[in-house]
Each structure stands twice: as C-alpha cells, then as structure tokens.
Design a protein around this ligand. Structure first.
Ligand code: HPA
Length: 271
C-alpha cells in the first residue's frame, strides 16, 4: 500500500509541476460549483492516475483538479468513491492517503444528506460536528503502517473545532443560516426506511449519508484537520412521507450550492 501511495503521489507531483497544496477538497453533491471558482485549473482525469479507481455514479464526474482558491493552492476531487459502488474501504480512502503524501494538512469534505433532526429543513447547510460510523468496516482495519498514523487513533475531535468556529464566524458575516449536527455514515445505496431514520436520530444523528465517514477516519489517522458540510436534501422519519430520490437530492443540493460554495471559499482563504 505504501508503495502505491508514493507512486501515485510522485506521478501527481510530476504531472502538476507546481507547488503542492496543503488544502484538499472533496466535492460532494452540493459543492460541484466550487470548481468554477478555482483558478489556474489543471484537470487530471482519474482514469489517467496510476492506482486510482474510476467513479461509476451518474452526476459524479471523476477528476482531480489542481488550482488556486482565494489565492491558495488547492487540490480538489471532483467525484468521490463510494462504498456502495462496490469499492472496499482502502480504495474509497486511497485519495486521502495520496493527499497526505503530497503534504496536505487540511481536508474539506462535503456531501448531501438526509435530515433526521426535526429542526432541519430541505436546503439547510449543516456543519458536521461529529460522526457515527455505521459502515460494516473501518478503513483502518488490517495492517497498520506507522508511517501513516497510529494503530489506535483518537477520534475525540474528528472535525476541527477551530475550523467549526471559523465557519460560524464566516456564516454570520455572510448571513448564511447554518445548522450544526452529527453525521451518520451508512452504506446505502438504499435510502432509509422510516424506522431507520428514527433509529439514527435516537442514537444521536442529525443527518445521514453514504460517504464522508471513511475519508474522515483516514484523514484523522494522518492527523489532518478536517472540516465537513452536509447539505440537507431530504428529510426522514416516521411522520415523513416524501420519497427521496437521486434527482430530488441533486436538485436540493443545487439550491444550497451558492451558500456552501461561498462558505468553503472563504474558509480556504482564511484557514
Ligand atoms: N439517506 C442517505 N443518504 C442520503 C440521503 C438520505 O436520506 N440524502 C442524501 N444522501
């Protein structure tokens, strides 16, 4: 695994031929438009990157993008790898390992999520304060490479408190309504049953989605600072009868996009 990571990192360093960013961004559903704000873009299709898997889902194109955002060098993933696509956890999180090898120390992640918190509305932006791993596997299972991180990493602060405070401050300045909450990561690809949404709420979740948790575990293993945002694209629970669909999720994410983009852009600039 170490060899693969280093080989991919070396390829990217040579191909990009520029200063390596310390900030990486995983553009989930709802943050795609951030790409329009990245300057000096270099697109590298996943298919051309050694050891990289290729994304399979409609609406998730696969490119690594080097560029600058608010004057800062960044590397962005346009399209991520989901467990439900059939990839194992090591594959899902491989790009985060490569980011670390390139010198990245701060990771921004975004996703679309279903809301269980009764205060939430469709289109809300939720700053992720914590997470619950309900994937059947942990990406760190198996041999630990001490060069990558400790065998038993603490997960006391999965999402950087400092970055959450910064986000709150920026949200106030930009007059963006932001919620705080716990993200539950589960495999999908089914959306939840009413009883499952209820269950996730009772165990402490505010929103549920099919990504992010594996990447954040690996980022924390490598001691990166992490900031995460969920766009609430549908609501779930025992009194809710609306049926979520991929199209609805995309539509709701689209609507929240300008706020999320403004927030992340400013955060990258100031962090
Ligand atoms: N459940 C799981 N994943 C999701 C949802 C949901 O309701 N909405 C967007 N991604």
């Amino acid at each position: 695994m170490l060899e693969k990571i280093n080989q991919t990192a070396q390829y990217l360093r040579e191909r990009a031929g520029r200063e390596m960013p310390r900030t990486a961004i995983i553009l989930g559903t709802g943050l795609g438009a951030l790409v329009d704000h990245i300057d000096d873009k270099l697109y590298i299709p996943y298919s051309e990157i050694p050891n990289f898997p290729v994304s399979t889902v409609e609406g998730h194109s696969g490119n690594l993008i080097f560029g600058t955002l608010g004057g800062k060098p960044v590397i962005a993933m346009q399209g991520r790898f989901h467990y439900y696509e059939g990839y194992d956890m090591k594959t899902v999180t491989f790009p985060v390992r490569v980011f670390k090898a390139l010198g990245v120390d701060t990771l921004f992640v975004s996703n679309a999520a279903g809301g269980m918190n009764k205060e939430f509305r469709v289109g809300d932006v939720m700053i992720i304060t914590d997470q619950i791993n309900l994937f059947p596997e942990n990406p760190l299972r198996g041999k630990n490479y001490n060069d990558l991180g400790p065998r038993f990493p603490a997960m006391t602060e999965p999402y950087s408190h400092e970055l959450i405070d910064l986000a709150d401050q920026i949200a106030r300045e930009l007059e963006i309504r932001v919620m705080h909450g716990v993200y539950v990561g589960t495999t999908g690809p089914t959306f939840e049953t009413p009883a499952e949404y209820e269950y996730f709420r009772i165990i402490g979740g505010d929103a549920v989605g099919m990504s992010t948790v594996p990447e954040v575990i690996v980022a924390r293993h490598g001691d990166m600072r992490v900031f995460g945002i969920s766009v609430i694209t549908d609501l779930g629970g025992k009194d809710i009868t609306e049926v979520p669909s991929h199209e609805e999720v995309q539509k709701a994410a689209q609507k929240a996009q300008p706020n999320v983009v403004a927030l992340i852009r400013e955060m990258v600039k100031r962090s």
